[in-house]
Design a protein around this ligand. Structure first.
Ligand code: URA
Length: 431
């Protein structure tokens, strides 16, 4: 086989076999295929796409390029979720303990935030002492013992994807649905769960801004999961404004704690209940309708909150912060952002809200950037709310860094006008 012929085959819109895809992925990962040939191939995929089978073969080859987790010695059905990334997305922090309290086995490897999106690991690390690194056996033992573990991804998970993603980033080939779907699914499949619910974010703070494109991505990921023998479902959720009221690491942990106590924002709770119901159904614990009742019951009777305490304790974190969130260190400056005019909040440029939080130090611009857990934004108003001139729209929690840039960015990101707009939170479900 020659890479040259495979590039030409994709350029001419033919379908590649599993062996051919394997040749490309292995060759590129080993360094036998140079960047310039891989770039040409990726651009051919960008223009001509891939069949579902080709995308599945690509996901599986990338999965096989590194460590894969065999979770068979965890008793029961292992469930996982994945978000395509958004602003204020603290779903995992609420969902994990909640479904574990219902008896599901939540075995999750999470990522860090980059750019305007936050990452679960950064939020967990806002809890003093929380250890995101567990050996595979310790990870599995913990899930067996308490039903939940949330750790960082192994360094050697899907090295082919890491190398290809870095190349895509500099060759304008990131926004290709088969490439995104196989990249995400390679990591999910490598993590070993039986049932996966994908939260595909759509809107101006998400990777996918267009609902039709988001549906195509979700459908393809579900299809890849099925062809790979896993149970995968997807929901499409709105990211035209942040999820919940808080953006920033300890701010989001505190909001997750509130939600586990039944006092959280309704939009966050709705997304959690929707994904939770799918996971409990897939785990054979309850039908979808019964599952929602069970989830609410576990919030009301305190078991969901207690499960978060158990998780934090098991992974070395200081549970006194969970019991008493006032202990989280506050930023030195808490500055109100006030409405300059009266009217409804008509829209929010959510990506800029994420960027404003990153200016403060809540996110990172480069992979090794340092996070300040205390800083971020707490909204008082969201889309559809009325504000009078001078009302507080949000509080900016700032330390030394970025207050001026964050304030300017945030002011420009929020549009006040005469129209009362609604946000449709759950925009679709792909089974
Ligand atoms: N996230 C991923 O993991 N891969 C992509 O290609 C895009 C987003």
């Amino acid at each position: 086989m020659r890479m040259l012929d495979l590039i030409a085959k994709k350029r001419d819109n033919h379908v590649l076999s599993k062996e051919e895809i394997e040749f490309i992925v292995k060759g590129y990962t080993d360094g036998r295929i140079p960047d310039y040939q891989m770039s040409a191939f990726l651009m051919a995929v960008y223009f001509n796409g891939m069949t579902d089978q080709e995308s599945t073969d690509l996901a599986l080859c990338m999965m096989d390029s590194g460590d894969t987790f065999d979770l068979t010695d965890i008793r029961g059905i292992k469930v996982d979720k994945h978000s395509t990334g958004g602003v204020g997305d603290k779903v995992t922090l609420v969902l994990g303990p909640l479904v574990a309290a219902c008896g599901a086995k939540f075995a999750k490897m999470s990522g860090r935030g980059l750019g305007h999106t936050g990452g679960t690991l950064d939020k967990l690390e806002a809890i003093p002492g929380y250890n995101i690194v567990l050996e595979e056996q310790a990870f599995k033992d913990q899930v067996n013992r308490i039903g939940i573990a949330v750790i960082g991804q192994s360094k050697n998970i899907t090295p082919a994807d890491k190398k290809m993603y870095a190349l895509r980033d500099v060759t304008a080939t990131v926004p290709s649905i088969p490439l995104i779907a196989s990249s995400i699914m390679s990591k999910k499949l490598a993590s070993g769960a039986d049932a996966i619910c994908l939260d595909v974010k759509v809107g101006n703070g998400a990777f996918m801004t267009d609902i039709e494109e988001a549906k195509k991505l979700a459908t393809l990921m579900v299809q890849i999961g099925k062809l790979a023998g896993r149970s995968v479902k997807a929901i499409l959720t709105n990211m035209d404004e942040p999820l919940g009221f808080g953006v920033g690491n300890s701010i989001e942990v505190i909001e997750a704690i509130e939600t586990l106590k039944g006092k959280g924002p309704k939009d966050l709770e709705s997304v959690v209940l929707e994904i939770g119901a799918f996971l409990l159904e897939d785990a054979g614990i309850a039908s979808k309708e019964e599952a929602k009742k069970l989830l609410i019951e576990k919030i009301e009777n305190g078991e969901a909150f207690n499960k978060l305490v158990e998780l934090v304790e098991a992974q070395g974190g200081d549970t006194s912060y969970i019991q008493n969130p006032d202990k989280f260190e506050k930023a030195k400056n808490i500055v109100p952002l006030k409405a300059k005019t009266s009217g409804y909040i008509e829209s929010m440029t959510t990506i800029d809200i994420g960027i404003a939080a990153a200016y403060l130090g809540a996110g990172r611009e480069t992979v090794d950037g340092i996070i300040d857990p205390a800083v971020g934004l707490v909204f008082e108003k969201k889309i559809g709310d009325y504000v009078s001139e001078g009302d507080v729209i949000a509080y900016i929690h700032a330390n030394e860094k970025g207050l001026k840039e964050a304030t300017r960015t945030l002011e420009n990101a929020i549009v006040i006008g005469p129209k009362k707009n609604d946000v449709v939170l759950i925009e679709g479900v792909i089974l």
